[in-house]
Design a protein around this ligand. Structure first.
Ligand SMILES: [Zn+2]
Length: 291
């Protein structure tokens, strides 16, 4: 079952504050993470000792004085916001199950909404999934996000957005914003993302009827007949992902702009995929250099 255990949140705020009390500790962490074997100086043409230049967010070569900026190529590049605030924002976005909004970041960090919004989207850009196909037991389901007619939103009330989820019971998830739940959209998505050797579980939605013929071992749970779990045949994991995503959108985001549905989808897929990781904070930090 998909539950975020307390274990995944055991990197506490105290741990965080101990690790990153100031700008220098953030820069040194970044340098050690990006250059585990030391910094190669392109002037000296070898790995040389480098010293932190606090005022310039850089490290300079002991021999020739050449500067290296460890924020280059990361989400922190071109930002005048202190790294302590960036790292704290990553901590906040990884510390709760349902996520946190740009508005909450604004309040917590004491930055402008514009800055918070930019940080929020940059951090979320690190949550995209990898290219490896899903394998093993895979649950597949589609979900419809309806616009709330009481809230201002660019989604018209009669429109809903289709979100399509594929989740390994023991591992990762991929969630896609698709333009229909028809067979011509969903089956190619499955073939793109789910290995042919996978055992696939779905409900009785018509778009999945082809899966046997496409080479998947396919089991169907008949929700129409109030069947939810028959032995291993169920879709509880993907349904739990949906309920977390809906709760997050209602509680945190309030309305869904179709422009951002894929980013929401990636965020919740990331949370699912890393639910067993010792710390979601470190899972995110390990992605700062490969957006
Ligand atoms: Zn040098």
């Amino acid at each position: 079952m998909y539950t975020v255990s307390m274990k995944s949140m055991r990197y506490t705020i105290k741990d965080f504050q101990g690790d990153f009390p100031d700008e220098a500790s953030c820069l040194i962490w970044l340098k050690d993470y990006l250059y585990p074997d030391g910094i190669y100086c392109k002037i000296c043409k070898k790995i040389t000792p480098h010293h932190l230049m606090r005022t310039r967010k850089s490290f300079s070569c002991e021999t020739c004085g050449h500067h290296v900026h460890p924020t280059a190529g990361t989400i922190f590049e071109h930002s005048s916001t202190p790294l302590t605030l960036w790292f704290y924002a990553i901590y906040l976005m990884s510390a709760t199950r349902a996520g946190i909004s740009a508005k909450q970041l604004e309040r917590e960090l004491g930055v402008t909404y514009k800055t918070a919004w930019r940080m929020f989207h940059q951090i979320r850009s690190m949550m995209g999934d990898d290219d490896d196909n899903l394998t093993g037991e895979v649950e597949i389901d589609e979900m419809y996000l309806h616009a709330d007619p009481k809230k201002r939103s660019s989604v018209k009330p009669h429109e809903s957005q289709v979100v399509f989820g594929m989740v390994e019971r023991e591992g990762r998830a991929k969630v896609r914003h698709v333009n229909s739940s028809g067979v011509r959209v969903l089956v190619p998505e499955i073939e793109k993302s789910v290995d042919n050797s996978a055992v696939v579980y779905t409900d009785e939605h018509g778009s999945y009827k082809l899966l046997n013929r496409r080479g998947y071992e396919h089991n169907t749970v008949n929700h129409g007949e109030r069947q939810y779990v028959v032995g291993r045949v169920h879709t509880q994991n993907v349904e739990n992902l949906w309920s977390n995503m809906k709760r997050g959108i209602k509680g945190v985001y309030r309305h869904v702009d179709p422009k951002y549905v894929q980013a929401y989808a990636d965020e919740y897929a990331f949370r699912y995929s890393h639910r067993q990781a010792p710390s979601m904070f470190w899972s995110l930090m390990s992605r700062i250099d490969n957006r």
